[in-house]
Design a protein around this ligand. Structure first.
Ligand SMILES: NC(=O)c1ccc[n+]([C@@H]2O[C@H](COP(=O)([O-])OP(=O)(O)OC[C@H]3O[C@@H](n4cnc5c(N)ncnc54)[C@H](OP(=O)(O)O)[C@@H]3O)[C@@H](O)[C@H]2O)c1
Length: 197
């Protein structure tokens, strides 16, 4: 979908989602809800969007998805397009909230749900992460490292998987730039080599 001249073909990207089922983690987050809205708006013929959210049970997952994703102002264009009742039916048909947590193997889903997902899903977008830079190390490791590992393991079980997209928490790149520009506050042994002397 990236053209020879390096541009992106928006029509082909939207077309790619037609009839596909997508599992999205991190949908209650900043990027996740934007992605959900965009897919539903530009490709209403997406088959289904599964949203894995942290919740005690299916009912709470549904409540979270409504309160933190589909009922937010971001979805006003879709509401205008479908009308209030139509929008609710559209979301009901396309969006499947799942109660889960990426820190657990199989995202903490039960076997029947997992099997359904493994058979159904064409695309996985992993946006679940802790983005708190002061997070406890063990918590950050569980979500940002083990969570990715478990998701990759699940991806291998998906018979029809075409794409696994991991949205990275790769702040070490910015740090390198930051360190080299601000080296004077760094301890000697961490300072970047100047190439002088
Ligand atoms: N925002 C940006 O501009 C930007 C730019 C480049 C890269 N990124 C990367 O993109 C990813 C998402 O960023 P964001 O800004 O959308 O982050 P965010 O607003 O902090 O959202 C994080 C999402 O991950 C979910 N999550 C956290 N722990 C989880 C767990 N154990 N199981 C399931 N879900 C869990 C959160 O759910 P809860 O609601 O339950 O907490 C939330 O939905 C991160 O890796 C970030 O580094 C972001």
């Amino acid at each position: 979908m990236v053209m020879v001249d390096g541009s992106l073909d928006a029509e082909k990207i939207a077309g790619y989602f037609k009839g596909k089922s997508i599992l999205i983690t991190g949908a209650t987050g900043f990027l996740g809800k934007i992605l959900v809205e965009k897919i539903l708006r530009v490709q209403p013929d997406v088959r289904r969007i599964y949203l894995l959210v942290r919740a005690m049970d299916a009912h709470s997952a549904k409540q979270r998805v409504e309160a933190e994703v589909t009922d937010t102002e971001l979805f006003c264009l879709l509401k205008e397009k479908h009308g209030k009742g139509g929008f609710e039916l559209f979301v009901e048909e396309k969006v499947v909230p799942l109660a889960g947590d990426v820190v657990f193997e199989n995202m903490g889903l039960d076997a029947p749900r997992l099997e359904e997902l493994a058979n159904e899903v064409d695309i996985i977008v992993n946006g679940a992460a802790t983005t708190n830079f002061y997070e406890r190390y063990d918590v950050a490791l569980d979500v940002n490292v083990m969570g990715v590992k478990y998701l990759c393991q699940f991806a291998k079980k998906c018979a029809n998987l075409k794409m696994l997209l991991h949205v990275s928490t790769g702040q070490h790149f910015s740090l390198v730039g930051f360190v080299s520009k601000n080296a004077d506050w760094m301890p000697q042994h961490l300072q970047p080599a100047t190439g002088k002397g």
